[in-house]
Design a protein around this ligand. Structure first.
Ligand code: NAD
Length: 352
């Protein structure tokens, strides 16, 4: 029997996903109930074997519940998180945790007052592509990274429902951007010192549907984060330039490779001009093949269920929280600065 009881607020796409994923993968929590403002969603919860509350207050008063997962549109995250914490519940809030850093500070103040656990569902820290990039950096196989490009690109031009409305926290910076920014900040223990954001409204009304953001970290690493919903020829999920080689991860299935300087590499070829179809060049002519080595990407096998099991470990008093509010505050401060950079139309210097 699971040790802790859990309820879900917002039984839509992601709320239903939390229910099924916790039921099928997480030992420590049992999802027992849900609250949603829509009657159809409450009916769906009942159909799926849950108790459906008739009001938010009923959930807040339910002393059986140890943990509430909040999966509603982004503009409701702050008030619901605070209400749940104040009612004595531990809380997981979906990403983006809030609409801005100040809202998160309000939640963090209440978290301190109540002493309850508060975490943010940054589940993409358990994505295989991200863990693979992390492992390449940790192993140092191709040297030290200096430029990373992290992209998710699609062409469906879909900003369905609340995701198309600014008031609800729609747009791609909040939707996918927050994941890729969280991953990037999680990679480097170094402050972000400048942000240059380019947000685009190609087909939607009032929210960013495509964006590119260039970051500079104090440790001299730079990073490009890009989300497109209007991209018909895609680029690799990750491209990482390191001092001794390059890594490419093409897609979520982990197709890709590393190419590094051969270990016995010497500048043995003639330093003559090479005649290419683009004319003569020394610097950009292809390298002799034997001077490089192609390597497979490292194996990684992250388990997303670790996210929820970690929350149980924190409740047991045996583990430290993995996804911390302080980390999310850094992410939200970056997001605030992205919007500022785009509004000003120029890079913004910062220390985040
Ligand atoms: P959705 O529209 O499918 O579902 C939202 C549900 O919340 C709906 O059933 C709606 O009726 C309900 N709702 C709205 N306002 C409410 C309120 N005030 N109180 C109670 N219920 C309310 O949206 P979704 O795709 O499930 O997204 C929900 C949240 O999950 C968002 O914050 C989104 O960013 C996040 N999300 C996270 C991931 C991830 O990978 N971590 C993926 C998708 C969505």
């Amino acid at each position: 029997m699971a040790k802790y009881k859990m309820a879900i607020i917002g039984y839509g796409g992601m709320g239903g996903w939390h229910h099924a994923s916790v039921r099928d993968n997480v030992k420590s929590f049992e999802v027992v109930a849900a609250w949603d403002i829509r009657e159809e969603a409450r009916a769906k919860a009942i159909e799926n074997g849950l108790h459906a509350y008739n009001s938010l207050e009923e959930l807040l008063e339910d002393k059986e519940i140890d943990l509430v997962t909040i999966a509603v549109p982004n503009n409701f995250h702050k008030d619901l998180s605070i209400a749940c914490l104040r009612s004595g519940k531990n809380v997981i809030c979906e990403k983006p945790v809030t609409m801005n850093a100040d809202e998160l500070r309000e939640i963090m103040q209440v978290q301190k007052e109540t002493g309850k656990v508060f975490s943010i569902h940054q589940n993409r820290r358990w994505d295989r592509d991200y863990r693979c990039i992390r492992k390449i950096i940790e192993d140092g196989t191709i040297g030290k990274p200096y430029m990373l490009e992290s992209r998710v690109q699609g062409s469906r031009r879909s900003m369905v429902g609340w995701r198309g409305h600014k008031v609800n926290g729609g747009g791609m910076v909040y939707d996918w951007g927050v994941h890729l920014i969280d991953q990037m900040l999680d990679l480097f223990d170094s402050p972000v010192t400048s942000i240059s954001a380019h947000l685009f409204n190609i087909f939607s009304d009032g929210v960013d549907d495509n964006f590119k953001v260039l970051f500079r970290f104090e440790n001299k690493v730079s990073a490009l984060v890009e989300i497109d919903t209007n991209c018909f020829i895609t680029q690799p999920r990750w491209h990482m330039s390191c001092t001794d080689g390059t890594a490419v991860i093409e897609d979520w299935d982990l197709n890709g490779k590393m190419v590094k300087l051969a270990s016995d590499e010497q500048m043995t070829w003639d330093n003559d001009i090479v005649y290419t179809s683009a004319g003569p060049t020394r610097t950009m002519a292809p390298r002799p093949r034997e001077t490089t080595e192609e390597l497979a990407l490292p194996e990684v096998n992250p388990q997303w269920s670790e996210y929820y099991e970690n929350i149980a470990g924190v409740l047991d008093g045996t583990q430290e929280l993995i996804v911390k509010p302080e980390q999310a505050l850094r992410v939200m401060t970056v997001i605030d600065t992205i919007f500022e950079s785009d509004r000003l139309g120029k890079p913004v210097e910062c220390r985040i």
